[in-house]
Design a binder for this molecule. Sequence first.
Ligand code: NAI
Ligand code: MG
Length: 362
Amino acid sequence: PTKKLLILPGDGIGPEVMQEVRHIISWLEANRGLSFDISEDLVGGASLAQYGEPLRDEVVEKARAADAVLFGSVGDPRWNHVGFDKRPELAILKLRQELALFANLRPAKVFDALVDASTLKPDVVRGLDIMIVRETVGGIYFGNPRGIETLPDGSKRGINTEVYTTAEIERVARVAFDLARKRSNRVCSVEKCNVMESGLLWKEVVTDLHAREYRDVELSHMLADNCAMQLVRNPRQFDVLVTGNLFGDLLSDLASMLTGSLGMLPSATLGAVDNEGRCPALYEPIHGSAPDIAGQGIANPIAQILSFAMLLRYSLNMQAEAVLVEDAVSAVLAKGLRTADIMSDGKTRVSTSEMGAAIVNE
Ligand code: NAI
Ligand code: MG
């Protein structure tokens, strides 16, 4: 059956890099016998300008009906003066909430040709390909009690509480195990069960689920502080990492810098599988709308293109096509083509559309 995609380019460089994905989609339709049912809409500043709000309900409904959403980025300095309830950035926050996207997937993959762009030694990161799965709607950022209280002596205390239920842990762990089966079949679960009850429960629930349903996947456990150290010391020991909201926030930012440029990094956020087996999912680059370079045709389209490759792999189960896109990106990098953000001596500098065309060609 034809797969339904919703494309939301957004602001700044969003529409520029999304254009290169459209060329890849056209190529797949012309050469691989695929057909996508695509709708597009405005979000962020672009929607504010046209409709007076960053995300219309109609767009949320379209997102619910789609097999997957491909998102660009939102944010536009022209709306900096408006109130917090009318910022372009609300579009992405509200979409994540409305679709209850609880699992954020961030791959950190080092392309051979860009091994020197890493902050670590080439020997440590060559061939690196890990995936961090971060729980995004629970944990200490949302738990109660929370707040700042004034004590009788006039001093204050700030309170946040890490709360995780069995169901919240199980659903994100399930995402990690399912992912591992499509990769190198290893999951490392990360918490601090040595000092936190929520971490103890996390470890118990992951261990139980593994024993019940995922015995074929190799499971290990690691304390979060050790994990931070191991990610820098020897990141290639990992395949899939699964962790809560707070540790995932820190560890995924850390891991992304192992690979180099913001313009290269895709992400996915997944929701709960429904009774019909459908899973809401949104794919977007990690970078924002980059107003400083918007309109110049120099943005790197690879993060957006790799986000589309993740969409093919995880939402549409088109493994071969995902590999095709990723291999084309590797090959173009190996030939020395570089957008400005990844440019180095002796390489060939190309524009956004030249990079996109080279990838299609490959
Ligand atoms: P940013 O990611 O847009 O840009 C940071 C720096 O990286 C800039 O110098 C930019 O030119 C560069 N850069 C980013 N993507 C690039 C690409 N594909 N190719 C080449 N260079 C690239 O982050 P910034 O500047 O903090 O935020 C700009 C706007 O984007 C803000 O309004 C922010 O709120 C929004 N934003 C939106 C996100 C989203 O839609 N999910 C995520 C992050 C920021
Ligand atoms: Mg962060």
